[in-house]
Design a binder for this molecule. Structure first.
Ligand code: EPU
Length: 335
């Protein structure tokens, strides 16, 4: 279905009120292919959105917003070790997690309550509490926006990195994810090392995926604002990675700086710490603000424009650069 001059307010978790020139929803791949072949829309800019939970609109979108509504969850095959579950791109991610947990299929539970859809999981390589989508994705099916061809790529070809994939680079705005197949391990490989989760699980009699989901929901709700109440897009910036020399320099002034060594003398620093240290918790800029319990989350304090939120993000980037010499990179996509 195609709509004209369509408000995106309900389609982005920041709740920014801008219009899309065209808004196209579909349930069947055939309908998407017919739309792609229609010459009238071929030269317009196109973006795909799920729940709009990682997007900041700063102006009217003068092209086509594509909103996939493919549903359906299917156990397509199983081996002695794995379940292969294929899910439609339009399914709300947390509904999928809930379904898996009910069926006792383990692997998605740490990603409970992350806003967004199944189709966004490979794009953004969503992650939380020690698990990333790349750990459970087997393959991704998509349709190319140029010719309408159906393609399928394996986990390896998705070029997954921290909050990054081929879909944010070479294939950006060129494809529509239609289905994702997850490969879930039948063995118990529970990942409960994250401190806050471990502590919360002490309150439960048994450690199983049902209780891990409950614990994660509790911890997330205590730290992150509910998008239904306060417009936000989760972490606005990525956690930066810096080298040994810069870390040493920062530690001279701030010895307590948290850091996690990743490959070859590179260290990941929590962006929340850097922003917190610059005293931005609860900071306000026009109708935009910094969430007081988790400063990595920028919020719409009511009727903020995308531009105001973007300005706030730039104020933070400038200050963090000045104080720590670190350039924070956005996780959120700005349109
Ligand atoms: N911290 C502070 N002050 C604060 C909050 C945190 O200094 O007010 C420091 C602390 O040192 C803390 C550290 O930041 O130990 C990490 O904080 P937290 O555990 O909340 O995680 P995060 O690194 O801020 C990342 C993801 C989240 C994900 C959580 C849990 C990114 C950009 N963010 O946040 O993902 O839920 O870990 O795994 O990697 C998202 O991507 O939208 C998102 C919410």
């Amino acid at each position: 279905m195609l709509s004209f001059n369509y408000s995106l307010k309900k389609h982005n978790t920041f709740g920014i009120d801008v219009n899309a020139k065209y808004f196209f929803t579909f349930q069947l791949i055939n309908d998407l292919q017919s739309f792609i072949k229609n010459k009238k829309y071929q030269n317009l800019q196109k973006i795909v959105i799920g729940e709009g939970s990682n997007l900041l609109f700063t102006k009217k979108f003068d092209g086509v917003v594509i909103y996939p509504q493919i549903k359906g969850i299917e156990l397509v095959r199983q081996t002695d070790d794995f379940y292969f579950i294929r899910a439609g791109a339009g399914i709300i991610w947390d509904n999928f997690v809930e379904y898996c947990v009910k069926n006792n299929w383990q692997g998605t539970e740490n990603l409970s309550l992350i806003p967004g859809t199944v189709g966004a999981t490979p794009v953004q390589n969503i992650g939380a509490y020690g698990i990333e989508a790349k750990d459970i994705i087997h393959s991704v099916e998509y349709v190319s926006l140029e010719k309408g061809e159906i393609c399928k790529i394996s986990n390896k070809d998705c070029k997954f990195e921290y909050r990054n994939s081929i879909f944010k680079n070479e294939l950006k705005d060129k494809i529509v994810v239609t289905n994702v197949t997850y490969k879930l391990n039948k063995k118990q490989l529970l990942n409960i090392d994250y401190k806050g989760i471990k502590d919360e699980l002490n309150n439960y009699k048994e450690i199983n995926i049902q209780n891990i989901r409950k614990a994660i929901i509790k911890v997330r709700n205590s730290k992150l604002p509910d998008v239904k109440e306060i417009g936000n897009a989760g972490s606005f910036f990525k956690n930066p990675v810096i080298d040994k020399n810069l870390l040493a320099k920062i530690k001279e002034k701030y010895p307590e700086t948290p850091n996690f060594e990743i490959a070859n003398s590179k260290y990941k620093i929590p962006a929340a710490y850097l922003i917190d240290k610059c005293n931005f918790k609860g900071y306000r800029h026009k109708n935009a603000g910094v969430f007081e319990h988790q400063p990595l989350v920028l919020i719409n304090r009511g009727n903020a424009t995308g531009q105001e939120i973007l300005e706030l993000s730039e104020i933070i980037q400038t200050k963090v650069k000045q104080v720590f010499g670190i350039a924070l990179e956005r996780e959120v996509i700005v349109e």
